[in-house]
Design a protein around this ligand. Structure first.
Ligand SMILES: Nc1nc2c(c(=O)[nH]1)N(C=O)[C@@H](CNc1ccc(C(=O)N[C@@H](CCC(=O)O)C(=O)O)cc1)CN2
Ligand SMILES: Nc1ncnc2c1ncn2[C@@H]1O[C@H](COP(=O)(O)OP(=O)(O)OP(=O)(O)O)[C@@H](O)[C@H]1O
Length: 195
């Protein structure tokens, strides 16, 4: 299947999860993330704010804040095709962007350089058995991963129904090192992954 077909098919399945199933699965994913021992060693975590039928991340983000992590959330500039991270300390201060994602407000949230990130919790539409991912098609995470060290752990956060056997790859595609779903954490055999 081509990327676009996979994107459509997985989004169809994800949109079909009941609200209750989404909540329960998101809670299970949060529990798995809490059990990741190496999070203790991180200072600066790039996370995301769920939109549409994605895994709900507010509880995860609040937990990171409660642990005194530097929490970075993304904001995109679609005309320049760039994504930047801002430090957020209060999730109530996010503002809704024109395409409907809650994002940091650059007027009050400090911009943070991406080289300071030491863990990336990564959204996605589909992930395959090697860690390759399909997102919403902007290439924002591919560009982020190309610009930071490969040693920085990148963990996909998704429902198990978003796992697919194989995604066709282009030269710019960047895999995640692991995927956390409601069934737990799965590590991929990537050259630099060591979780
Ligand atoms: N929760 C979350 N935040 C995220 C991402 C994500 O996947 N999930 N992103 C991951 O990159 C970035 C946002 N990426 C986006 C990419 C496309 C569209 C969008 O509205 N696309 C149009 C079609 C655009 C086109 O192809 O012309 C649409 O879906 O209608 C929105 C956000 C940063 N923040
Ligand atoms: N490192 C890069 N430099 C420049 N352009 C890139 C880079 N990586 C990806 N792109 C461009 O981004 C576009 C979208 O890529 P792709 O369809 O793989 O996005 P995606 O992984 O679904 O989206 P996202 O990462 O935003 O979730 C492609 O047209 C590609 O040319």
């Amino acid at each position: 299947m081509e990327k676009n077909e996979i994107r459509k098919s997985v989004l169809g399945k994800r949109n079909n999860l009941s609200h209750e199933a989404q909540c329960l699965k998101s809670e299970a994913i949060f529990e798995s993330i809490k059990n990741l021992a190496f999070i203790k060693e991180t200072t600066c975590v790039a996370s995301f704010v769920n939109f549409k039928s994605e895994v709900q991340t507010d509880a995860i983000n609040q937990w990171l804040l409660d642990l005194n992590k530097i929490l970075l959330l993304p904001r995109i500039d679609p005309s320049r095709k760039i994504m930047q991270f801002y430090q957020v300390t209060d999730l109530n201060q996010l503002i809704v962007s024109p395409y409907g994602i809650r994002e940091p407000n650059p007027l009050i949230h400090p911009h943070h350089p991406s080289h300071a990130i030491d863990l990336v919790l990564t959204p996605g539409v589909a992930f395959d058995n090697s860690g390759y991912r399909i997102g919403y098609g902007g290439g924002y995470y591919d560009r982020l991963f190309a610009s930071i060290s490969e040693k920085v752990p990148r963990i996909g956060v998704a429902f198990a129904i978003q796992s697919v056997p194989n995604i066709p790859t282009d030269t710019y595609d960047q895999p995640v090192h692991a995927l956390v779903t409601e069934n737990g954490l799965k590590n991929f055999k990537t050259p630099t992954a060591s979780l």
